[in-house]
Ligand binder design. Structure first.
Ligand code: ATR
Length: 287
């Protein structure tokens, strides 16, 4: 990479931020497209988030991504929040307008939709209820995408049921019924489902395993895990062994980066096998 006086800048703010795979992804695209640009990790403490965001236009940045713990806090700092990000309750992409104002978007729902479209293009929202495990920020984005796809019934299951109730209320929509079920009902909830999505951190490296019995899940159902370290979680391995089609979490991570890149650097990008390989290398060799 060559830095010139005209290099376009974007980055990711987080605390910590060193674990983020976004620099590998965006710099891969910059190089692939031959764009004079750079995407840098920006370690920013939560108490400095407002200063850091407000400094971006002065520093000539086109925008940035936000990761833990800034995604919710940013809502109260920036100038405009797109309605979807407001409903999801989190902003992961900031775009700086020509007048220096900050606009916030959430591209996780887009990332989820696009990874399904790419991996299981024949999935039909009408194929049966969708079971979603978890009620954090990722679950909100997944549920928003399922509502947008017009899935008629979403069975939402979280260890802390009250959090699932809050999510169901925040995203309530006449075209999709969100049924909140207790965590202990997760095996039974799989009956007739067309899609199962794990959005919890269970199954992630160094986290406890997700304990779930897939026996009642129809073999035509698709199983998605948004965890991507490891890429093949125990859930996906068990589902694959039973004959389900499975979708890993890397696709959602990569697709969610596209709208930001396109807004900052002005070029459309694709999720290719080469990109997956480049980001996978960083997953296998952290830091
Ligand atoms: P994110 O924003 O990435 O979705 P999060 O808000 O921390 O992350 O959400 C983590 C999810 O994993 C939550 O649904 C959490 O359940 P709670 O709402 O009950 O905390 C779920 N989770 C984490 N550890 C869990 C465990 N040991 N058993 C069941 N669910 C767990």
């Amino acid at each position: 990479m060559k830095i010139t006086g005209r290099t376009r800048l974007a980055g990711i703010m987080g605390w910590p931020v060193a674990h983020s795979r976004s620099p590998a992804m965006h710099n891969f695209w910059l190089e692939e497209q031959g764009i004079d640009g750079a995407y840098v990790p920006l370690p920013v403490r939560p108490e400095q988030l407002e200063h850091a965001l407000r400094a971006l236009p002065a520093l000539g940045f086109r925008g940035c991504n936000l990761t833990i713990p800034h995604k919710q806090l940013a809502l109260s700092i920036i100038d405009r929040v797109e309605p979807l990000a407001r409903r999801i309750g989190a902003v992961n992409t900031i775009i700086i307008a020509p007048d220096g104002s900050l606009e916030g978007r959430n591209t996780d729902a887009f990332g989820f939709r696009e990874t399904l479209r790419e991996t299981v293009p024949d999935w039909k929202p009408a194929s049966g209820p969708a079971v979603v495990l978890g009620a954090g920020g990722a679950a909100r984005a997944v549920v928003a995408a399922l509502i947008e796809a017009r899935v008629r019934e979403i069975r939402l299951i979280n260890r802390t049921e009250a959090r699932a109730e809050l999510l169901a209320r925040a995203l309530a929509n006449p075209s999709s019924r969100i049924t909140v079920l207790p965590w202990s009902d997760r095996d039974r909830a799989l009956a007739e489902a067309g899609l199962l999505v794990n959005t919890t951190s269970l199954g992630m490296a160094e986290e406890p395993a997700l304990e779930i019995d897939l026996a009642l899940l129809s073999l035509s159902a698709i199983v998605v895990d948004i965890v991507y370290v490891p890429l093949e979680t125990a859930l996906l391995a068990a589902a694959r062994q039973r004959g389900h089609r499975v979708v890993d979490g890397l696709g959602m991570l990569l697709h969610q980066g596209r709208p930001g890149f396109e807004a900052w650097f002005g070029a459309p990008v694709r999720v290719t096998r080469e990109l997956r390989a480049a980001v996978l290398t960083t997953l296998n060799n952290p830091h």
